[in-house]
Design a protein around this ligand. Structure first.
Ligand code: EPZ
Length: 430
């Protein structure tokens, strides 16, 4: 199993290309199930989760061809995927695959919309919380799907096709919004989704559906009005930049000090997180090509933050902010409101000398003068990368074990950081 070794204390200077967003690429790939035409996706990041979804889609009969990188192309432009779901040969998504990645559950809506039936394994719990799927199911029922649960599988049927309906989500769910939005694209008539997730990745999927021929009003808002079409066309779409990768590197630069341009990204994708970063004392400026993050030798100010659905502070950056705040001049308070168990990084950060107290959904972080490198364990994707940030700040050597978590969502992480002066390397143990 690979490990990552970091010798902390180096400032970061230079530029980092930001990849396409994992959490947009996944539902965009799933959108290919809606049409027998070709869907071309550009700027797809090369990640373990993307590769796993590719396997799942191939299992359904989707043909996937990947273009090589163009020579001379910008480094942040990822791969180009051509997906064609001409014949869907299998409408079952088996446990062995769905249990490894929750987003694969989102094939349910598109499959039942196109094929009139789908059998998809329940994703089960995961390390960050119980993560039920009740909102996905009630949303699809509102579009006329008959849904049963049997032996760990969700079986959805709509032999005469889905019909538009009114979906009012009692709470914001990114995944349920994707699932219902994708299904509504092929449903007969109009679907109204209220309290829809406003995450930019949802907007990216909606924009792609518009290119495929669906009429959608309210993109970027919490009310989506979708006019379904009996048949969707192919399209060419470029995946938007990864705001969580952007925020992670922004926090890393603030953590070490230095001056880095994050290329190919945009501030509005994570305004709240970058405003928070500015409150810690870092300088954030827009450049023609991206966003520049700088921090000189000044200390970091503490901040109080609560995670919220977009446009609030993202739960996917909570662990990274906590790593940064371990060295602030004072006490920070971070409340996690999205997932009930997303604090696994706390005890690992403590191994490096962080002073963090947990009370229910709230972490109180007392800044310390220094962190000291130590062996630590990656537990989930975003928790793992918070350990990278802490390792970059710590004195001496930090080794991070179980880095396959990182590979699920960060493309060429060590390379991007070491190019800016970090002492970080992957140790492959076969
Ligand atoms: C998406 O997960 C992201 N995953 C997550 O990123 C992200 O943390 C999360 O949204 C919140 O922003 C992808 O985009 C692939 P939710 P998702 O449904 O859709 C509850 C990462 O690291 N809920 O918005 O699964 C749920 O338990 C990942 O890249 C229900 O109660 O999240 C949670 O408390 C991790 N019933 C809250 O809603 C439901 O039917 C928000 O979850 C669905 C959700």
């Amino acid at each position: 199993m690979d490990r990552i070794k970091i010798i902390g204390g180096e400032r970061l200077n230079g530029s980092i290309p930001i990849s396409g967003a994992k959490n947009a690429a996944l539902p965009l790939m799933i959108a290919s199930l809606l049409t027998d035409d070709r869907l071309t996706l550009k700027n797809v990041p090369n990640l373990a989760d993307v590769n796993l979804l590719a396997r799942i889609l191939r299992n359904h009969g989707v043909d996937l061809a990947v273009d090589g990188k163009r020579s001379g192309g910008a480094a942040h432009l990822g791969e180009t995927f051509h997906l064609t779901a001409r014949d869907i040969s299998d409408t079952t998504a088996p446990y062995e695959l769905v249990s490894r990645m929750r987003a694969s559950f989102w094939v349910l809506g598109p499959l039942v919309a196109r094929m009139g039936q789908a059998k998809v394994s329940l994703p089960g719990g995961c390390a960050i919380g119980t993560r039920p799927v009740d909102l996905h199911l009630s949303g699809l029922r509102a579009l006329g799907a008959e849904i049963d649960i049997d032996a760990g599988y969700v079986i959805a049927r709509a032999p005469k096709g889905l019909v538009g309906g009114h979906v009012l989500f009692p709470m914001v769910s990114v995944g349920a919004t994707h699932n219902v939005l994708l299904a509504a694209a092929l449903a007969k008539g109009e679907t109204l989704i209220e309290n829809a997730a406003r995450e930019p990745e949802v907007g990216d999927v909606a924009s792609c559906l518009v290119k495929m021929g669906v009429q959608i009003e309210g993109i970027g808002t919490s009310t989506l009005r979708i006019q379904g079409k009996p048949r969707l066309e192919g399209a060419v779409h470029t995946v938007l930049p990864d705001r969580i990768e952007t925020g992670t590197f922004a926090f890393a630069v603030a953590a070490t000090g230095g001056d880095v341009v994050l290329e190919g990204t945009r501030r509005e994708l994570l305004r709240n997180a970058l405003d928070t970063l500015q409150n810690t004392g870092a300088v954030v400026t827009d450049t023609e090509t991206g966003v520049r993050i700088a921090r000189n030798g000044n200390g970091l100010e503490p901040v109080d933050v609560e995670t919220q659905p977009f446009p609030g502070f993202p739960t996917d950056l909570q662990a990274q902010l906590m790593a940064l705040m371990t060295r602030a001049h004072g006490t920070s308070v971070i409340r996690e409101t999205i997932f009930e168990n997303r604090f696994m990084h706390v005890q690992e950060l403590a191994r490096l000398g962080a002073d963090i107290k947990l009370h229910g959904d709230t972490a109180t972080i007392k800044g310390v003068k220094s962190l000291r490198g130590a062996p630590v364990m990656a537990t989930d994707l975003r928790a793992s990368v918070s350990l990278v940030i802490a390792g970059l700040m710590a004195e001496g050597e930090t080794t991070i074990n179980r880095v396959y978590h990182l590979d699920r969502g960060f493309e060429r992480l060590e390379e991007k950081l070491s190019r800016c002066g970090a002492k970080i390397e992957r140790i492959s143990t076969g």
